[in-house]
Design a protein around this ligand. Structure first.
Ligand code: FAD
Length: 424
């Protein structure tokens, strides 16, 4: 059992390493730096920020992380926070202390609208740069996927609007009596459990198109999930699809949905789509028009460079890429790891004039997952000695917190999660 504990701790520590110290170093003028620009301030960016602390970039190079959100969105807790209130402000973490000095990096709040071979263009002028354009030597494209609400807070780019979004969704759920969740991926499963545990009187139906959940994982995991949801009273319909009415669902209106195979009808006054995201890849086609595959994902080499030989200095990471990996924060983190090693190698070669040492290849990640099925139960599959094993609930529960571990992200981003700072 100690091996299992170690595997779980190792998996968690990937996300929650110890906090950095702040050091004061005289910054240079913006125009003097060579920039590694990262579009998307999520897990890959976090890994890069951490890597800069432990293995600094050569002098003169720095990271610039650009995100349209003013705060890091801790999505892992959004299924719960769209049901339970009182901890929303813990899930939006300021980027302000991510770097120890301006020489390590800066975080820019803004939306990138265009990419050229040497710079990125934002939708507005960035005050500290006095320009809407930021030059780069290396670019990391990590824009993720666009999900549906309530787990993706479309347009809520500030902390206040993010909190308001979640609170509005809580009210919407409280007002509904018959809820249908369409899509039994991890998010749909977690959401179904949270809703039914908190509102046992409501009818909660989860419709999934496959005969079992989570196909990338062992069938036993699906079985465990099924049993837990069944025990708390979620109605589960597997191997069926629902047809979405033309023009979409009408909020608050009792609607009859028809199942594709059986023709059975389900009534609901709230429908939640959890059918997976659309990759945010279009922006990269402003640089490389054929870089997106037929599923809309960015084609990458094992080195995480994009599959366009004109741009060896452009990398992509995370959910937006077409690797065989599962979509997860941990995977985006690992992509960041490989990208950092390769950028260091390329810079070393460039600065010394020597040939580049062979670049590091990403190794496809074996899927691991922890599902939070309400406040008291969970299901998890970890890899121990190369083999997938299911964790018992008592072990998973040791890592449960109401905010799904958000406090550790605060600590890691060098912030204190106390009553004053959670308002920031
Ligand atoms: C509800 C939910 C729960 C999850 N739970 C878990 C979990 O428990 N464990 C786990 O490992 N994974 C979990 N995942 C999956 C995980 O969150 C994703 O796989 C991971 O976030 C992918 O990281 P990413 O960096 O590729 O993209 P994202 O996290 O999607 O980040 C992309 C970032 O890019 C920014 N961006 C996009 N376009 C632009 C632009 N043009 N200009 C500026 N910024 C831009 C966005 O604002 C966003 O911050 C969960 C996902 C969801 C939706």
């Amino acid at each position: 059992m100690s091996n299992v504990c170690s595997a779980l701790k190792l998996w968690l520590s990937t996300f929650f390493p110890s906090a950095p110290e702040i050091v004061a170093v005289e910054p240079m003028h913006h125009s003097e730096y060579k920039n590694i620009v990262v579009i998307g301030g999520a897990w890959c960016a976090m890994r890069l920020a951490q890597a800069v602390r432990t293995t600094p970039l050569p002098k003169g190079y720095r990271l610039i992380i650009i995100d349209k959100n003013s705060h890091f969105h801790y999505q892992f807790a959004f299924p719960r926070a769209s049901v339970l209130d009182g901890f929303e402000n813990e899930l939006f973490i300021p980027y302000t202390k991510l770097f120890r000095s301006a020489n390590e990096g800066v975080v820019v709040t803004g939306t990138v609208t265009e990419i050229t071979p040497t710079s990125v263009k934002l939708s507005t002028v960035i005050h500290e740069f006095q320009s809407d354009t930021i030059p780069y030597q290396y670019l990391v494209y990590a824009t993720g996927t666009q999900q549906t609400s309530p787990c993706y807070l479309a347009g809520a780019n500030t902390k206040a609007s993010g909190i308001a979004y979640l609170k509005a969704y809580q009210r919407k759920l409280a007002d509904a009596s018959k809820i249908v969740i369409i899509g039994g991926g991890a998010v749909g499963i977690e959401l179904a459990a949270e809703i039914k545990e908190h509102f046992p009187e409501k009818e909660v139906t989860l419709v999934h198109s496959r005969e079992r959940y989570l196909l990338r994982y062992a069938p036993k995991l699906s079985q465990r999930v099924y049993e837990i949801l069944d025990n708390i009273g979620v109605r589960q319909i597997l191997g069926e699809r629902v047809s979405v009415p033309e023009g979409g669902f009408v909020e608050g209106k009792m609607t009859t949905l028809k199942l594709s195979k059986s023709g059975q009808e389900i009534e609901s006054d709230l429908q939640i789509m959890c059918v997976g995201g659309k990759a945010n890849s279009a922006l990269l086609t402003t640089l490389s028009p054929t870089i997106v595959d037929k599923c809309g994902r960015v084609k990458v080499k094992p080195t995480m460079q994009i599959e366009d030989d004109r741009y060896p200095n452009v990398f992509a990471a995370g959910d937006v890429t077409n690797t065989e990996d599962p979509n997860s924060g941990g995977v985006a983190w690992k992509h960041g790891d490989v990208i950092y090693q390769n950028i260091l190698k390329m810079i070393a070669a460039k600065e010394s004039g020597a040939p580049t040492t062979p670049l590091t290849n990403h190794v496809i990640v074996i899927p691991q997952i922890i599902l939070y099925l309400g406040l008291y139960q969970g299901a998890a599959q970890m890899v121990v000695f190369g083999r997938p094993i299911l964790l018992p609930n008592f072990l998973i529960k040791r890592f449960f917190t109401r905010n799904v571990g958000a406090d550790r992200i605060w600590a890691w981003m060098n912030q204190t999660m106390d009553p004053a700072s959670v308002q920031l």
